[in-house]
Write a protein that binds this ligand. Structure first.
Ligand SMILES: NC(=O)c1ccc[n+]([C@@H]2O[C@H](COP(=O)([O-])OP(=O)(O)OC[C@H]3O[C@@H](n4cnc5c(N)ncnc54)[C@H](OP(=O)(O)O)[C@@H]3O)[C@@H](O)[C@H]2O)c1
Length: 282
């Protein structure tokens, strides 16, 4: 039985990926930063009949000691071999760049970017020694184009994609695959959990309030079932020759197809129209 380590399994894609991988016969090391939040995963695993395939371990991707200890614990229990890692843990913050404090911006980069690098560095000696392994990163369709009120999240996903594309050259010769899963908008806790920053007197207030409405009334209304993404993660881990990129959902596919094909001016015009930004003046 192949083993897989998944980060951020207390909710959303991580929770569904852990149970789906268990259902497909993987031995799953489901990690989360706060074990007090394991209830939903335990319930989902019991409902799917995969409790005995899931082992829950503490791992905070932003804490080097926790990354080290979590990875060591998983590798010890897995007999020193690991089939794959799913870098899923992620956070976001909404707001105009100028309004979002440095600490908030850094929290996003520490989790979505540096956390992935830290855990990968810890696992690479094992993957290299076994001459196999799959490093799957949950990226986003936010890696395709700029978005208002979301700049540091977009930057974190662009950064992780550039890193992943580059890493693939170095680790490919050791039999290690690097894979990006790029979901569009899905109904998970990230939308409610992400702070929306709008200080009193912000010069961006009109645009931010408008965007909040668009997100709540349009984007979230059409957000899809996160189990779709879990299924794609499981497919990508079991594919004999995985693709590098897996867009998931219609919005991600449209972005993927037009990516890099439109002049930035045209792309900005279309996104502004789509979000109704042309009607908003500061
Ligand atoms: N939902 C979407 O529409 C969407 C679209 C594209 C990409 N994504 C990406 O999908 C991934 C999963 O997000 P989600 O949508 O499933 O949201 P979610 O339900 O909020 O799940 C995020 C998970 O990450 C965990 N996490 C946050 N900080 C962590 C840390 N420092 N160490 C370990 N775990 C941490 C959270 O744990 P806690 O419970 O402790 O907070 C939670 O388990 C993220 O990388 C996100 O950027 C989401």
């Amino acid at each position: 039985m192949q083993s897989v380590l998944v980060t951020g399994t207390s909710s959303g894609f991580g929770l569904h990926a852990a149970t789906e991988l268990g259902r497909r016969g993987w031995r799953v090391f489901a990690t989360m930063r706060n074990l007090g939040r394991r209830g939903a995963l335990d319930e989902a695993a019991a409902a799917a009949g995969v409790t005995e395939r899931l082992e829950v371990t503490q791992l905070d991707v932003t804490d080097p000691a926790s990354v080290e200890a979590g990875a060591r614990d998983v590798l010890a229990r897995a007999g020193g071999r690991l089939g794959a890692v799913v870098h899923n843990a992620g956070v976001a913050v909404g707001g105009a760049f100028e309004d979002v404090a440095d600490a908030e911006q850094r929290r996003v980069m520490e989790t979505n970017f540096w956390g992935v690098l830290a855990l990968t560095r810890t696992l690479l000696p094992t993957f290299r020694a076994q001459r196999s392994g799959r490093i799957l990163v949950v990226s986003s369709n936010s890696a395709y184009a700029g978005e208002p009120a979301n700049s540091v999240y977009v930057a974190s996903k662009w950064a992780i994609e550039g890193w992943a594309e580059s890493l693939a050259f170095e680790v490919g010769p050791f039999g290690i695959d690097v894979v990006l899963v790029e979901p569009g908008s899905y109904k998970t806790e990230i939308w409610g959990a992400s702070p929306r920053i709008l200080p009193d007197g912000s010069p961006y207030a009109t645009m931010m309030r408008h965007l909040e409405k668009v997100i709540d009334e349009k984007v979230l209304a059409s957000a899809r079932d996160p189990r779709e993404v879990a299924a794609v993660i499981a497919d990508a881990l079991s594919a004999r020759r995985p693709r590098f990129r897996y867009p998931v959902g219609p919005d991600a596919w449209v972005g993927h197809v037009v990516r890099g094909k439109l002049p930035t001016r045209v792309q900005r015009f279309l996104v502004s129209r789509l979000l109704g930004l042309h009607r908003v003046k500061p």
